[in-house]
Design a protein around this ligand. Structure first.
Ligand code: BUP
Length: 465
């Protein structure tokens, strides 16, 4: 490519939570900053949502090059019995990446590589050997990035064999032990091994991109950029919230299946709907699903609820009525729409009928709530979600019932509690004003001259230089 248009290879890892921000970054760099973008896809994808999303991306943005990586996924399931299929895919990619990345980068004539955080420690040395600058795109919050960058130092300081306590991230704030991702309490867990190896590697990257913006997480962004978290960190580009790509709607059969929620939303009077989703990665336990159903029924509001019955969508064949019971579905008919199909979440959140988002606080969901100005009732379930929930509360985006259990804790959250909190949040006008302020701050960050716009431009400049 010419000196003025860098060729950037983007390499996401598995799962919609990683792919979605990567495709947003691809579009921002390609359509917004005139970069020549290639997107690596490891095939077959773990979920069918991923393959549909990628097909829609290439149909809408033919300028983005398709770099398909067909490989026989390495099977680590015997080494990590019972591990999440997405983490197993990261592991497969991590083991194959060193041999696959070299030819791929050479073939693409890449001027820079941007890899997902799950691949950092394996990709950076390969890129270095080929003299291709390597950046890590962190698809979670800046607060979580600061935690990840600092965590290996924390472990070294407390010494082996000690449990993980509160983690006081320098320049940011104390992450209580209860908010540390569950897996990190076990040093042999597949997630922990990857997390620590990748955390150590961050200092060796040429730069870090994060889907966050200064005004929402000022402590973390400043502490990362000022190298208070770790003195050896490379430049940190806070480029969020990356904007949803409107024309990535699904077509064909999938769209027809989705059609019913669109029509249903359009029929609702303005702002009375609660949108409920716990993301693409985990299903709630069956008895918790029942309590949530009863809570939504009791709260008296209209609701749109995306229910997941299995970790991977391909395995989720059961009927809604099996999960929720025919009687419930009949009672809430008209007032509540429950679906097991994929919905275009950012479109749902921008719909004028939607007034509250009961969310697991996956970071993409949080950024989408920010850009559409919908208050969040946070119910984190696992991984980085409690840290994200604390960001939601600190920045004024929403509320968090901290006592509500997360995965691994036995206590059921009862229907009455859920109903009470939903009703309170729906009537909270002060919260709605604060949420609108966060949305305003986000739009200021991403327009020409805003903090996130300037960070993305600075990143592009680095790729040219
Ligand atoms: Br489910 C669902 N429609 O029906 P998160 C999800 N999404 O558009 P997660 C839909 O998938 P990780 C649906 O808008 C977001 O962009 C949603 O990412 C979209 O959570 C993405 O919110 C989900 O980060 O991933 O799936 O738990 O654990 O990686 O954060």
């Amino acid at each position: 490519g010419s000196r003025s248009s860098p060729r950037i290879v983007l390499f996401p890892s598995a799962g919609m939570g990683h792919l979605v921000p990567f495709t947003r970054l691809a579009v921002a760099l390609s359509a917004g900053h005139g970069c020549d973008i290639s997107l690596v896809t490891a095939l077959p994808t773990v979920s069918s949502a991923e393959s549909r999303h990628i097909a829609a991306l290439y149909a809408a943005f033919p300028a983005i090059r398709q770099l398909d990586l067909r490989f026989a996924p390495f099977d680590a399931s015997s080494e990590f019995p019972g591990a999440d299929p997405f983490y197993l895919r990261y592991e497969a990619l991590r083991r194959c990446a060193p041999s696959l990345l070299g030819p791929l980068l050479a073939g693409a004539g890449a001027s820079a590589l941007v890899v997902d955080m799950a691949l950092a420690s394996v990709a950076i040395p390969v890129a270095r050997e080929l003299h291709v600058p390597c950046f890590v795109f962190f698809t979670a919050s800046a607060t979580m990035l600061s935690f990840k960058a600092y965590f290996p130092t924390y472990l070294d300081d407390v010494g082996a064999g000690h449990g993980v306590g509160d983690v006081d991230v320098p320049g940011v704030y104390r992450i209580p032990s209860s908010s540390v991702p569950q897996a990190l309490h076990d040093p042999d867990n597949i997630f922990t091994r990857q997390f620590v190896a990748n955390g150590r590697a961050l200092a060796t990257a040429d730069g870090l991109l994060v889907n966050a913006f200064h005004a929402m997480e000022p402590e973390a962004v400043e502490a990362l950029q000022g190298r208070f978290v770790l003195s050896v960190l490379p430049p940190v580009f806070a480029v969020g919230p990356l904007m949803p790509v409107n024309d990535l709607r699904e077509t064909g059969e999938a769209a027809q299946k989705q059609g019913n929620y669109r029509a249903w939303l359009d029929e609702q009077p303005p702002r009375p709907v609660v949108y409920v989703s716990f993301g693409s990665r985990k299903a709630l336990p069956k008895d918790q699903i029942k309590e949530l159903a009863a809570g939504l029924e009791a709260c008296g509001h209209r609701f749109l609820w995306v229910v997941k019955g299995a970790v991977v969508d391909r395995d989720d064949a059961g009927e809604l009525s099996e999960l929720l019971g025919e009687a419930f579905l009949r009672r809430v008919q008209g007032r509540g729409l429950v679906t097991k199909s994929w919905v275009e979440q950012e479109e749902v959140l921008r719909h004028p009928a939607v007034a509250l988002f009961v969310s697991h606080c996956g970071w993409n969901s949080v950024t989408e709530a920010v850009s559409s100005g919908v208050p969040v009732l946070a119910w984190p379930r696992f991984a980085d979600q409690r840290v994200n929930a604390s960001v939601v509360v600190r920045c004024g985006l929403g509320v968090w019932a901290e006592q509500w259990s997360w995965e691994g804790e036995e206590a059921l959250v009862r229907a009455e509690e859920i109903a009470a909190l939903v009703m309170e949040a729906m009537g909270d006008d002060a919260m709605a004003v604060k949420t609108a302020n966060v949305r305003e701050a986000a739009s200021r960050a991403v327009v020409d001259g805003g903090t996130s716009y300037l960070c993305l431009a600075a990143f592009v400049h680095r790729c040219i230089a």
